[in-house]
Design a protein around this ligand. Structure first.
Ligand SMILES: *Cc1c(COP(=O)(O)O)cnc(C)c1O
Length: 513
């Protein structure tokens, strides 16, 4: 029995999968259009009109496949306007041993009798964003050939660190695309900055801005909606987005939940049909939403555990049914989850409201104007059935990280440690002994300072990030990923910077407008 009743209400008539907007479901587009456009024109997010069902028999078949084949199989259900040859090319170009440091792509590791880690950080930038951003550029240029009249796609990215590098790595030298990344000059770690400014590729541009992440984001948004659009069209170009509101970033994330289940089957940790819980360290709600979609497609999933740091807006939402962003913003040791507006929650609401686009549009309007909203009793009850939300402080995160390393010799990053801590709280409260997979979202060396301080049980400072990397390697004997180690010898290619109101003229200069 599929969860939610969206399937009954929104079911399309044709054979091709169509995507509808969460704020106006009369807006229907193909997968290729959804990917090229990124977001619906009235501000809604594209969701599939129905969720294909994967049977136990199909799941068994998936278990016999390698990761790229699993991806091709699941994605073909959604991207019905792609040919099998196109999908094959996209998937095998994204997931291989040149781009990832293991042929398993996203391996599942056993921590204890009931707990497993799904390692999503074996890609080129050592964070889970690679799982989607290695594939998205390929999906985008294939889509553009179908629906963009040969226009060149210009990707504009505002980043606080991780997304920028993963997007650059994904889009570098991808045919018919150009990518421009803006980062806050003083707001990223030295490691993150070096990752970006040393980027190779003929179609990439990186520019620091004299402002914070919000300035970068609002500058980029202004360009998206401003008058340059027409000038761009005359030159045979168009803008698109590489952030997690794009369906092309969400779809690839559904795959690894199926893949983890298959791995547990193959290792005889579970039997076909057994339920598995997933714990996901959450910021923008993209990763955990993909797990929910996998469950909707028939994957035997028990609870979805949504883990937050001290920016606990989602924990409060799952506890009370009220979402309220009017609160202090905390800078934490798990910075990729420092977020107060979780954009992809909108897609969950659309589902729990049984595709009521007007209800979702009203909630989003209220969020924009008042900064808060409360869902109906019925929706709250449904959310409780599927989700459990929890959070923890930096201190609890560090203690958990250390405890896990001391006990099992497994070194994890701070985001994953948040998830492990929240999972333990969940087990304490519920007594649930279902086998559970924790999404591990970054390699620990990406956050060497915080990880080393946790392992040592006290704050450690050093002159450079590479010094911290060396100290962490000495302390733990865990291998440093090649893509981070090799940064040491890389020269900065990009030294551009601009004022926070200078983004548009910078883009014009790059594009020759
Ligand atoms: C982006 C990110 C997250 C949060 O994922 P969402 O899909 O935004 O919820 C968690 N951990 C790491 C390391 C990330 O880079």
């Amino acid at each position: 029995m599929p969860i939610g009743s969206c399937n009954l209400i929104c079911e399309g008539t044709g054979n091709d999968m169509e995507f509808i907007s969460t704020r106006d479901k009369s807006k229907r587009v193909t997968a290729a259009q959804a990917i090229v456009q990124g977001i619906s024109e009235e501000g809604g997010l594209f969701v599939p009109e129905k969720f294909p069902q994967i049977s136990a028999e199909q799941l068994d078949k998936l278990a016999g496949m390698a990761y790229p084949q699993r991806a091709e199989y699941i994605l073909s259900e959604f991207l019905t306007d792609f040919t099998r040859a196109e999908l094959y090319e996209c998937v095998n170009g994204a997931y291989n041993e040149r781009t990832f440091d293991t042929r398993y792509i996203a391996p599942t590791v056993k921590l204890s009798d009931t707990t497993y880690l799904l390692e999503l950080w074996h890609g080129p930038t050592a964070a889970f964003k690679d799982m989607a951003l290695q594939l998205l550029p390929r999906l985008m240029s294939t889509s553009a050939k179908k629906v963009a009249d040969g226009k060149k796609i210009v990707i504009l990215v505002a980043t606080s660190g991780d997304t920028g590098k993963a997007a650059l790595e994904g889009f570098k030298d991808v045919e018919n695309t150009e990518i421009i990344v803006f980062y806050p000059e003083k707001g990223v770690s030295p490691m993150q900055k070096l990752q970006m400014v040393s980027q190779e590729g003929g179609n990439v541009h990186v520019c620091g801005i004299d402002g914070n992440f919000d300035d970068a984001q609002s500058g980029v948004k202004q360009i998206f909606t401003g008058s340059m659009k027409n000038q761009l069209a005359q030159k045979g170009m168009m803008y698109s987005s590489a952030n997690s509101i794009n369906w092309g970033r969400l779809a690839p994330q559904i795959v690894y939940y199926f893949s983890a289940y298959c791995d547990l089957l193959n290792n005889e940790e579970i039997a076909l049909g057994d339920k598995v819980n997933f714990v996901v360290p959450t910021g923008n709600f993209g990763n955990i939403l993909a797990a929910y979609y996998a469950k909707k497609m028939g994957l035997p999933v028990g609870k979805l555990i949504c883990a937050s740091n001290s920016n606990r807006v989602l924990t409060d939402f799952f506890k009370t049914g009220s979402y309220d962003r009017n609160r202090d913003f905390h800078v934490t040791k798990s910075p990729s989850m420092d977020i107060l507006i979780s954009s992809n929650l909108e897609r969950l609401l659309f589902d729990l409201y049984e595709c009521d686009d007007k209800a979702v549009a009203a909630l989003m309007e209220q969020l924009k104007n008042e900064g808060n909203y409360t869902v109906s009793q019925a929706v709250k009850a449904k959310a409780d059935e599927f989700f459990w939300g929890g959070c923890c402080s930096d201190k609890e995160t560090a203690d958990e990280l250390k405890d896990c390393f001391d006990r099992y010799g497994y070194l994890m990053d701070t985001h994953t440690a948040v998830a492990l801590k929240v999972y333990r709280d969940y087990v304490k409260e519920s007594g649930d002994s279902t086998k559970t997979v924790i999404a591990s979202t970054a390699n620990p060396y990406k956050f060497s300072g915080a990880v080393l301080s946790a392992v040592r049980g006290q704050d450690v400072k050093a002159d450079s990030d590479f010094e911290l990397v060396d100290m962490l390697e000495q302390a733990t004997k865990c291998p440093v990923p090649e893509n981070l180690a090799s940064l040491r010898s890389k020269a900065a290619r990009f030294t551009d910077s601009c004022a926070k109101d200078g983004l548009e003229s910078y883009v014009k200069g790059i594009l020759g407008l």
